[in-house]
Design a protein around this ligand. Structure first.
Ligand code: PHE
Length: 349
């Protein structure tokens, strides 16, 4: 009987000291759990003499209910406090915080930043131009006059009742920049471009390009090759396949003749397939090469369009798809995923 009395005092004190439901649960187990103090007393009662058994049994059961009730009251109080804290705005700093949801940069933005970083380290400035353009900047100044068959290569979206269009390429930024800045110059111009095309896994109505332009007295195609080789090497060296195989995998490029009205000569640049390292696989249609960009030496008529003397200057221009770079880097097989707004896709980056 004496130990029941002291247990009551002890339990009462311990319950008052509890600070949360977890602590309260520990107290519950200590007294009323399977191996709890009260539970053990109750299980031993049968060994007592009858008279004592009745007395102790009654007291022990009373104590059991007493402790149970104390714990319940204390728990209710705790719940009430945290509920009212939510209502009144009083913050209980002991409650673990809720993690806020963080967003992150879109994979295309991440790729754009990486491209900018690499070219900046090679001495290029990053510049921008408008997405809505005039015919002059998007075509004429780039040596694509009206009725020139080359205009058909860019399926253009025209603005209703106006002379304006959505730029089909980032090349107009070359013109805008050279109007205001004299060579020598080294720029890249990333940005959004638009074409009137049916969408499929590799075509979108809007996509991203990055334009490059380097002009000085004697910038040659060999300089272009060296810079672009360095760019691809750095851009893809961190991608999974390269690092898996020891990091420094040499990326090969090759240059083929091509045609653009604003460059002469014009090239198409291919890169050794990342997937098979040039051996030939389904990703590169068994060729071992991937088409990466259009480029060339700036055409004399482009210098003339911005009032420069073509005899004094020499340089290269290039244009490539940021979406394509991203698709290759992350092995994405459908360009439309970038614009789907699907969080299951975006959260992977
Ligand atoms: N503007 C061209 C395109 O969209 C790419 C390019 C840029 C080619 C600069 C040569 C020089 O296809």
């Amino acid at each position: 009987m004496a130990s029941l009395k002291s247990l009551k005092k002890q339990a009462q004190e311990e319950i008052t000291k509890t600070r949360d439901l977890k602590e309260l649960d520990t107290i519950f187990k200590k007294y009323l759990g399977k191996r709890g103090k009260i539970t053990q007393i109750l299980s031993k009662i049968k060994n007592l003499r009858k008279e004592k058994r009745v007395k102790v049994g009654k007291e022990a059961n009373l104590l059991k209910n007493f402790i149970k009730q104390k714990i319940e009251t204390r728990a209710k109080k705790m719940r009430d406090i945290s509920a009212s804290a939510e209502e009144t705005g009083v913050i209980d700093i002991t409650i673990p915080g809720k993690r806020p949801l963080f967003g992150h940069l879109h994979p295309l933005t991440q790729v754009q930043k990486k491209v900018e970083e690499i070219f900046q380290s090679l001495g290029f400035s990053v510049v921008e131009g408008p997405e809505i353009e005039t015919e002059w900047y998007n075509f004429d100044a780039l040596n694509i006059p009206k009725d020139h068959p080359a205009r058909d290569a860019w399926n253009t979206l025209w603005l209703k009742d106006s002379e304006l269009l959505l730029r089909t390429q980032t090349s107009p930024v070359q013109i805008r920049y050279m109007e205001k800045n004299n060579p020598p110059l080294r720029i890249i111009a990333p940005g959004r471009t638009f074409r009137h095309e049916a969408t499929d896994a590799s075509h979108e109505v809007n996509f991203y390009q990055v334009e490059g332009l380097m002009i000085d007295k004697k910038v040659s195609a060999a300089n272009f090759r060296a810079i672009i080789q360095e760019f691809f090497q750095r851009f893809f060296s961190e991608s999974a396949e390269a690092s898996r195989e020891g990091g420094g995998k040499q990326i090969k490029i090759r240059i083929r003749p091509s045609y653009f009205p604003f460059t002469e000569p014009s090239f198409e640049v291919d890169m050794s397939c990342l997937n098979c390292q040039g051996k030939g696989c389904s990703a590169c249609s068994q060729t071992g090469w991937m088409e990466m960009m259009g480029a060339g030496m700036v055409h004399p008529n482009v210098y003339k369009a911005v009032g420069l003397n073509p005899k004094n200057w020499q340089g290269f221009a290039f244009g490539m798809g940021l979406d394509r770079l991203a698709m290759m880097k992350y092995k994405i097989n459908d360009i439309r995923l970038f614009y789907s707004g699907d969080l299951r896709f975006l959260q992977q980056f």
